[in-house]
Write a protein that binds this ligand. Structure first.
Ligand SMILES: C[S@@+](CC[C@H](N)C(=O)[O-])C[C@H]1O[C@@H](n2cnc3c(N)ncnc32)[C@H](O)[C@@H]1O
Length: 490
């Protein structure tokens, strides 16, 4: 079973300067014979490249460069992956992950139990060799190979590799993925999705009062404010509120920040003296910093406490669920919120393991899941289970339902309600609710004729969901599963 952890700091630092891809591995992971064969073939290719360079034979040079890469992939990277598949735990190289996350130069990395591939962009005085020696020295418990593979690559290639790390980290199922955007360790960096589309749907203008029910880093709020609107931003995460407060300070008393869960939006706003507003936006899900910070416990890629609470004051963490829920409840959570087909087997293994010792960390749980579920394709076996637990811990679908039920009541006539979702469970809930309140009539087979719909209160602004355009998708692949639906109160 292959065990790989990836992390990308893509959103915070996009490659622009001199980039290097460094593959380091533990001594012993490759046999002396494998290393010898690789070095001989490499020396030969490098000599031929030198000759081609002297002759100015660019085409040959490019072909040899490609052959050199293939050689490294076949002789080094692939055997290392095979070694990783031996069933070892990632915890061993986990210590390196903690160090790499703090490195400015590191854009992304991919770890296996016996190797690390690190994408770095030189940002300071240190050369690549010094950097690599420092990373190796920071984990003296591991015996790193003396001569790691260091490749200079173009910013475009770096961006592509960084993106593949992100895709791997986030899993690739469009619907069931854990909606993770592994952006940098910068104080609060979240790339706003469907920024213009969502904000323009609310028709922001001077004098209009809008609610951003998922304030996050304030990306949508900022654009609403730029258009002259007054904004009330709600978030249950103190870190998000703090970041948004700082970012939006310049807008003075047009920006109001409210702590709380949007499931109570009506009560929260009433408490602030607001009865009705002109628009409500909810950009459902978690923010990048919530996933990035290992101590929040959302990511299976970095060692952290098994927490996953968006609101750190909420009563139940992921560890509470994992260590106390009945096996059948665990299986239901994994199946309903993660659409995890191996839900029962995973729940059974969790119960067996927690009988030996409590499951307290993200990587401990990820390893348990991976011991049940063989890795297939790019998606980490823990992706769906982590998504499921996160949804359960934060009762995300319950909160969404409550917001849907209360939203129209908060809107003035002509007010708009816009919701961005990232997976089918959420989108289904929004679609059903919007459908329910925008049908003038309802019909049932047993009725002789359709009857007026007592819930009819809004019109669909667009029949189909709005999705990200090509430019946004190219810049932010996380947007690929985003769907924006908008209704207008009659
Ligand atoms: C996807 S981020 C929003 C990002 C924001 N639109 C931006 O552009 O920066 C979602 C945010 O909503 C918050 N959130 C999620 N569910 C919530 C809930 N039920 N009540 C309040 N805040 C919630 C999360 O803490 C997170 O900060």
């Amino acid at each position: 079973m292959s065990k790989v952890a990836t992390q990308s700091h893509a959103a915070a630092n996009s490659p622009g300067g001199t980039c290097y891809k460094v593959l380091m591995w533990e001594d012993g992971a490759l046999s002396p014979a494998q290393l010898e064969a690789w070095q001989t073939a490499r020396r030969d290719l490098l000599a031929r490249m030198r000759d081609a360079g002297i002759k100015g034979a660019r085409g040959t040079l490019a072909k040899l460069g490609e052959a050199l890469r293939e050689l490294s992939a076949e002789s080094i990277a692939r055997p290392l992956d095979t070694c990783a598949a031996a069933g070892l735990s990632l915890t061993r190289v986990g210590a390196l992950a903690a160090k790499l996350q703090r490195e400015d130069a590191v854009l992304a990395y991919r770890l296996t139990p016996c190797s690390a591939t690190v994408l770095a962009e030189l940002v300071g005085e240190e050369g690549i060799d010094t950097l690599v020696s420092r990373w190796a020295a920071s984990t003296p418990e591991l015996q790193w190979c003396a001569t790691p593979l260091v490749e200079a690559i173009s910013p475009a290639e770096a961006a592509e590799w960084q993106e593949s790390c992100r895709a791997e980290a986030a899993g690739c199922g469009a619907d069931t993925e854990a909606d993770e955007d592994f952006s940098g360790t910068a104080p609060f960096h979240h790339v706003t999705v469907l920024r213009t589309e969502a904000v323009e749907a609310l028709q922001p203008a001077e004098g209009r009062v809008l609610v951003d029910a998922t304030l996050g880093g304030g990306g949508h709020s900022e654009l609403m404010l730029e258009h002259g609107a007054t904004v009330w931003g709600i978030d249950q995460d103190p870190a998000a509120r703090k970041a948004a407060r700082k970012r939006l300070a310049a807008y003075g008393d047009r920006m109001h920040i409210v702590a709380g869960n949007f499931r109570n939006a009506a009560e929260l706003l009433r408490g602030e003296g607001l009865e009705t507003v002109d628009g409500i936006l909810a950009d459902i899900g978690i923010s990048s910093p919530q996933v990035d910070q290992a101590e929040r416990g959302f990511s299976f890629l970095a060692e952290g406490p098994l927490d996953m609470r968006m609101n750190p004051g909420a009563p139940r963490s992921a560890a509470d669920i994992v260590n106390t829920a009945a096996e059948s409840e665990l299986a239901d959570i994994l199946w309903q919120y993660g659409e995890e087909r191996a839900s029962r087997a995973i729940a059974r293994r969790i119960v067996q393991e927690r009988a030996k010792a409590p499951i307290t960390t993200t990587t401990q749980l990820a390893d348990i899941i991976a011991s049940v579920l063989p890795r297939k394709g790019k998606q980490h076996p823990a992706t769906r289970s982590f998504q499921a637990l996160r949804i359960a811990v934060n009762d995300e679908l319950g909160a969404l339902d409550a917001l849907l039920e209360s939203g129209l009541g908060l809107l003035k006539s002509g007010g708009r309600f816009a919701i961005i979702t990232f997976h089918s469970l959420e989108d289904r809930a929004v679609k059903r609710y919007f459908d329910r309140v925008t049908r003038p009539e309802i019909d049932r087979p047993e009725w002789p004729a359709p009857r007026p719909n007592p819930e009819y209160a809004a019109r669909l602004v667009t029949r189909k969901p709005i999705v990200a355009g090509e430019a946004e998708l190219a810049a932010n692949p996380r947007a690929r599963s985003a769907k924006l639906r908008v209704i207008e109160k009659l």
